[in-house]
Each structure stands twice: as structure tokens, then as C-alpha cells.
Write a new protein. Structure first.
Length: 251
């Protein structure tokens, strides 16, 4: 089903129709009514009594409702809005760091029930030991494919893809003054390439359910990933989970 229209009154009927503009007829108790609507791909419309204007039964007998009107399917609906841009913030935890925070941005191109998404994030974490203090900053790029399901002004997104970036680690000795006198550096820096798979699920709240107009949205998202990077002679794997919120624009 690429679009649907729900009838008015006590008997409600769902119709699957192509995107376009339609003239809807209604006959009830010897009187008639006409409603004209535009519906986009994947959109649902519910028609009530207030949506109809009065019309004679003779007018309804003519296809389209009146002599100067076109047939029911008269033209293509306005083009859908395929571009999405959003920004947000997430917090999470991993097997290596107890707390990680991550501002992020995201662009997506939607086509029907699917979307292709590209994003960027900056993950920041700290770890305290008895002798050292560790700080990491990890810029990441992501790409994902996601199926989508829309119900009114709510959209469910489920995605999966890959992420890659560079983890930059700074380790500072807490006994810096002591080892400094012995000629040892108090701080060391390391960089490693990091990559891995990622999956997520998100609930989107839309300001408008019509895909033919620009609109704002709010995403509530949960995601999990697995990061691989080389440490010394071994390949490390670090699982992590995140929860976040973002706001964006469909245009």
C-alpha cells in the first residue's frame, strides 16, 4: 500500500491509492457531499463529515462531481521531501569506559520506506586509574541503511551500517613531578584507527505527517556498536551502547 484514505461516518473504509489529488463522493440519507484532497506517498488521510461540502445527487452522478472537474485521479501529488538534517547528543557506556558522551550530526536521504544515512560524531571519554589519568577523543564517520514505518505523525527507524574514525588517547601520570625529575615524560599520546558495525532503533515524532511539505522532527534513539582497533600486537574489540536525542528538519 502506497497511500490510504479512510472514509467518514459510522462505516469506515480504508482505500489503497496511488499518490495524487482526488475528488471523494459521499452519499447519505438522500443527500450528497464532495471532498477534494491531495495525498502523498505513504501518507494516510482520515476524512470526516466536516471535510465534505454539500452537492446534489445529480452532480455526484457525473464522474469527478461536476461538469467542469477532471476525473477522480486528476494529477500527481506535490513532490515529497527527501532530505533530512539533524543534530543531537548521546551518552553511553562501553566495556572500556564507564561513561562516554557524543555530540553528533546526521544527513539522510529517504525514498519511500527506506533511507540512506550519513553521519559524524565526536565521542569523548575519561578513565581514572591509581597512577594514570586517561582521556580519549574519537571523531567518527558513519553510513547506514534503514527501513522505516510511518503511522500518523510517528515514524519508526531501524538501521544498520558501519562506523570508522581515529581514537586519540592522552595518558597523564599522576606522579608527574616525581618522574619528571627522573627524566621521564609525564604525558603520552597515542592514535589508532577504529572501525566496526553499528545498529540502532529510533522513534521519530513529526511536526507534520505529510511528506509533501517541510517539517521539523524529534528523534529518540538507542544504538549499539562494536569498535575494533589495534593495541600493541593484538586487535581489541570494545562493545558499547548509547541513548540519545536529536532534532532536525525534513526539506
Amino acid at each position: 500500500m502506497i497511500a490510504s484514505i479512510w472514509g467518514a461516518g459510522d462505516r469506515r473504509t480504508a482505500l489503497a491509492v496511488p499518490p495524487g489529488r482526488y475528488v471523494i463522493h459521499r452519499r447519505m440519507s438522500g443527500s450528497g457531499g464532495i471532498a477534494q484532497i491531495a495525498i502523498g506517498q505513504g501518507e494516510e488521510r482520515s476524512l470526516e463529515g466536516a471535510d465534505f461540502t454539500s452537492a446534489s445527487l445529480e452532480a455526484l452522478a457525473r464522474k469527478g462531481g461536476a461538469a467542469d472537474e477532471e476525473p477522480d485521479h486528476v494529477a500527481a501529488a506535490p513532490a515529497g521531501r527527501h532530505h533530512e538534517l539533524s543534530a543531537g547528543f548521546a551518552v553511553g557506556t562501553s566495556s572500556q569506559y564507564g561513561f562516554t558522551q557524543s555530540p553528533h550530526v546526521r544527513y539522510a536521504y529517504s525514498f519511500g520506506r527506506w533511507a540512506l544515512a550519513f553521519g559524524g560524531a565526536l565521542e569523548m571519554a575519561n578513565a581514572e586509574g591509581e597512577i594514570t589519568s586517561e582521556k580519549t577523543v574519537t571523531p567518527m564517520g558513519t553510513v547506514a541503511v534503514e527501513p522505516r514505518w510511518t503511522l500518523g505523525r510517528t515514524l519508526l527507524r531501524v538501521g544498520g551500517g558501519l562506523r570508522a574514525g581515529a581514537i586519540m588517547q592522552t595518558i597523564t601520570r599522576k606522579d608527574a613531578s616525581e618522574i619528571g625529575r627522573a627524566g621521564y615524560p609525564a604525558e603520552s599520546k597515542n592514535t589508532a584507527f577504529v572501525w566496526g558495525p553499528e545498529v540502532y532503533v529510533a522513534l521519530r515524532l513529526l511536526s507534520t505527517r505529510s511528506e509533501s511539505v517541510a517539517g521539523l522532527f524529534l528523534d529518540l534513539e538507542a544504538r549499539g556498536n562494536l569498535s575494533f582497533f589495534q593495541r600493541a600486537d593484538s586487535l581489541e574489540a570494545v562493545p558499547a551502547v548509547f541513548g540519545g536525542i536529536s532534532a532536525g528538519l525534513r526539506f
